[in-house]
Design a protein around this ligand. Structure first.
Ligand SMILES: *Cc1c(COP(=O)(O)O)cnc(C)c1O
Length: 335
């Protein structure tokens, strides 16, 4: 069995999830009559405390549709340098939305300094883009933003008339880690994006949550972006199965990440985390070339780098973590 620690996106649908997909009642979601999609959207809206939800093929598209729904051409959004929607989505907001990002440094705990956020809001003056939106991410690099911080950020946004978007790709990891309902962690945001294809184990799919007005705009953006799907109920059935079966068990992934971090520390590695289901480990540059090849021989998959990110998920168990630790121990022993 391969132990794949590259990402929590690598999970394969379980037998139960595949059965749910095979048996899904289907319609044409572009006409709005796929019952499985409608059921998933209704369930997610209820679970997360929003008026409506909309299914997207990917989190990248959901974030972009949200940006395009909040911001018009020449508007600006405030976002962390490390945020997925700024750094890892090919600049989509600028490319396709004519929206200017204003990136700000993330602190070590993943938060933005709120005084810096406020200072970055541009005055109403034709020299400047119009600052419209504050975008946060939870978890970010596995780190959890606390509810108390979110409340301060939301208060600032409200006071300064900014809309708010939360990239909650892994919001359920934050919720399980804190022991706080996802609904409470999302409360106050104008929109939230939640991935079904990360730790929740669905093959694809992300939900955008917001009020009916914003979801109407996002539906139009989704059409522009080519994301309106037909018998999408096959994916929705996987998503529903994930929401019903794979949320509480995220605690196991966090426990495995802790096992991994402890084992690596005991073997002398410099480790950051665990942050929910992620562990970051320093690898001496001279070891990097051989690392991937050696690990592949032992059927351990990682994305090699000097700051190696290891991600636990529902296709890695405690025995798999032990095997990965053996591989890391062997790496320290060689010259
Ligand atoms: C994975 C991820 C996304 C994008 O999801 P895709 O489905 O890969 O496009 C967005 N935000 C965060 C924080 C993510 O981890």
């Amino acid at each position: 069995m391969i132990v794949d620690l590259r990402s929590d996106t690598v999970t394969r649908p379980s037998a139960g999830m595949r059965r749910a997909m095979a048996e899904a009642e289907l319609g044409d979601d572009v006409f709005g009559d796929d019952p499985s999609v409608n059921r998933l959207q209704a369930r997610a809206a209820e679970m997360l405390g929003f008026e409506q939800a909309l299914l997207f093929p990917s989190g990248t598209q959901s974030n972009l549709a949200a940006l395009m729904s909040h911001c018009a051409r020449g508007d600006e959004y405030l976002v962390g340098q490390e945020a997925h929607s700024y750094r890892f989505e090919a600049g989509g907001g600028a490319v396709l939305g004519s929206i200017q990002p204003q990136p700000l440094a993330n602190r070590a705990d993943g938060t933005l300094e709120l005084a810096e956020v406020e200072a970055a809001i541009k005055p109403d003056d034709p020299h400047f883009a119009r600052t419209r939106l504050l975008a946060l991410e939870n978890t970010i690099g596995g780190r959890v933003l606390q509810r108390s911080y979110l409340e301060k950020a939301l208060e600032l946004a409200k006071r300064r008339n900014l809309a708010t978007h939360l990239d909650g790709a892994r919001i359920f990891n934050a919720s399980v880690k804190l022991g706080i309902g996802a609904q409470e962690l999302c409360a106050g945001f104008d929109s939230v994006s939640v991935c079904l294809s990360k730790g929740l184990g669905a093959p694809a799919g992300t939900l955008l949550l917001a009020n009916a007005d914003l979801i109407g705009k996002a539906r139009r953006a989704r059409k522009i972006l080519g994301g309106a799907m037909r018998q999408a109920g096959m994916l929705a059935a996987a998503g529903l199965y994930a929401l019903e079966n794979n949320v509480e068990r995220l605690a196991e992934d966090h426990a495995n990440a802790e096992r991994l971090a402890n084992g690596l520390r005991e073997s002398g590695y410099e480790v950051e985390g665990p942050h929910t289901n992620m562990v970051f480990v320093r690898i001496a540059p001279k070891k990097i070339p051989s690392l991937k090849m050696q690990f592949e021989k032992k059927q351990i998959l990682v994305l090699p780098g000097a700051r190696l990110r290891l991600v636990t998920h529902l296709d890695v168990d405690a025995a798999g973590i032990e095997r990965a630790l053996d591989a890391f121990r062997a790496l320290t022993k060689e010259a």
